[in-house]
Design a protein around this ligand. Structure first.
Ligand SMILES: Cc1cc2nc3c(=O)[nH]c(=O)nc-3n(C[C@H](O)[C@H](O)[C@H](O)COP(=O)(O)O)c2cc1C
Length: 202
């Protein structure tokens, strides 16, 4: 059993999504002792933005650029880790209504036709089967359906849509929102999220 743990917050030890994602990992370790955990701190060690040079190298044109070559190695490792994982834990704060760019750069490496999805005569097919995903979501405001800001929500909905496209439909969102509404609201949101994590079953 293997778990891939991604974090993307730039706030280090003050990060809410990091504290939730590490609690989710700890919960899985308690449920399944011996589970192998692979961790990627995407904020500390991001992949590059996609570029023409990267695309050419990815498509097999030999590159002399050591930075591009190192980035290709990193992207291949991202893919191998994802394919090998049974459980995916994604620490995902909302930044400007969406996800942090290093998490998007990770997605740009793993959303690859023929590897994680393919197009068929009847439409796209996700190739990642039998995986569970947990999204540790944190955001300053409130975006739950029915709230005035719901239309600006492109963080959880984006990740859920992407995962479904890749074939991962067993997705649990652990959310702490309203983090910017004061200390009391923040503590209540985090406490609710921790209760939800404690209730995760194998
Ligand atoms: C660069 C940046 C952009 C942000 N953009 C938004 C936003 O669009 N909407 C929102 O509700 N909160 C926003 N926030 C607040 C964060 O979502 C909130 O502080 C959350 O707890 C961040 O997760 P973290 O603690 O894991 O870093 C932003 C914070 C930062 C640092």
């Amino acid at each position: 059993m293997q778990l891939l743990h991604l974090d993307s917050s730039i706030l280090g030890t003050a990060s809410v999504s990091r504290s939730l994602s590490s609690e989710i990992v700890a919960r899985h370790q308690a449920l399944q002792p011996g589970i192998r955990v692979i961790s990627r701190d995407l904020a500390a060690d991001p992949a590059l933005h996609l570029s023409a040079a990267h695309l050419a190298a990815f498509q097999g044109v030999a590159s002399e650029d050591a930075t591009i070559n190192a980035d290709l190695v990193k992207g291949n490792a991202y893919m191998d880790e994802l394919i090998a994982a049974d459980i995916l834990v994604i620490g995902a704060p909302m930044y400007n209504f969406s996800i942090p760019t290093p998490l998007k750069a990770w997605i740009d490496r793993i959303a690859v036709a023929g590897k994680t999805f393919r197009y068929t005569a009847t439409g796209p097919e996700g190739l990642l089967k039998n995986k569970k995903a947990f999204i540790a979501s944190s955001r300053g405001s409130v975006y739950t359906i029915g709230s005035p800001a719901a239309a600006a929500e492109h963080q959880e909905s984006y990740l859920i849509g992407l995962l479904a496209f890749l074939g991962v439909i067993d997705v649990t969102v652990v959310r702490a929102e309203g983090i910017a509404f004061g200390q009391e609201a923040k503590e209540a949101a985090v406490a609710r999220a921790l209760e939800n994590i404690a209730a995760i079953k194998a």
